[in-house]
Design a binder for this molecule. Sequence first.
Ligand code: PMP
Length: 287
Amino acid sequence: MSPKVYIGGKLYDKADAKISVFDHGLLYGDGVFEGIRSYSGKVFRLAQHVDRLFDSARAIHLEIPLSREQMARAIEDTLAANKLTDAYIRVVVTRGAGSLGLDPRRTTDPQVIIITDQISLYPEELYEHGLKIITAGTTRNHPNALNPRIKSLNYLNNILAKIEGTNAGCLEALMLNHKGEVAECTGDNIFLVSRGVVHTPSKDSGILEGITRDAVIELARAANYAVVERTMDRYDVYTADECFLTGTAAELIPVVECDGRTIGSGRPGPVTKDLHKRFHGLVRGDR
Ligand code: PMP
């Protein structure tokens, strides 16, 4: 069966799923998006993803032509139409087609697009052995330029850092904020474990407020780990006992090296493994 893509209330075969080349989403990266997962037919934290999408849209003056309830239903219906139970779901809302020129008033018709697919971000063995990362020279967007809390279609900042990572033979790259503090990786939030305490950059560090990040903080606290959201720098990463990344696509993946420094023992540590198991239980087990 050909995958069905939702565009503006209708389902299209993948080959026919097209939008205008005059859409400002394409011309200027003008729009917002979400990456969501469903496990065993249940969409993980759907309401939270829909809220973040609407918040991002509000922040860029984009009115989504659906209510939050209609958006949630459209996502579930698209998943059902594709007969998928375990899936990655991409929701995109573009500014819509208009004439050339930045002014959003030149556009009409924001486009709501929902794509469902299967995704595996990293090879399975890296979940066991851990990733190597480098710090990118590209600084994470300044919050007063394009706030990283907005999940906008303009991902070039992250893509440039990702290219630096891949050029250095790494699948992820660490991004610092404009103050030189640790922010996040190109598509994931970062956590450290030091002396049994779990640390992650605070929400004002210039990060996307990851939904997996939230879930892992809740899981860690429920398991009686102390969790500290704070400002951190690269020294903290180099000297941590453990490090891992979280994201919808990546889920929870260990990091064992950063900028050529071995982190902890160079193997995924016990807290990372424990939280990974708990995360797996949360999303794939009973909720
Ligand atoms: N930071 C960035 C830059 C991301 O693109 C993502 C992936 N959406 C994350 C963090 C993780 O967010 P989430 O857990 O909501 O997927």
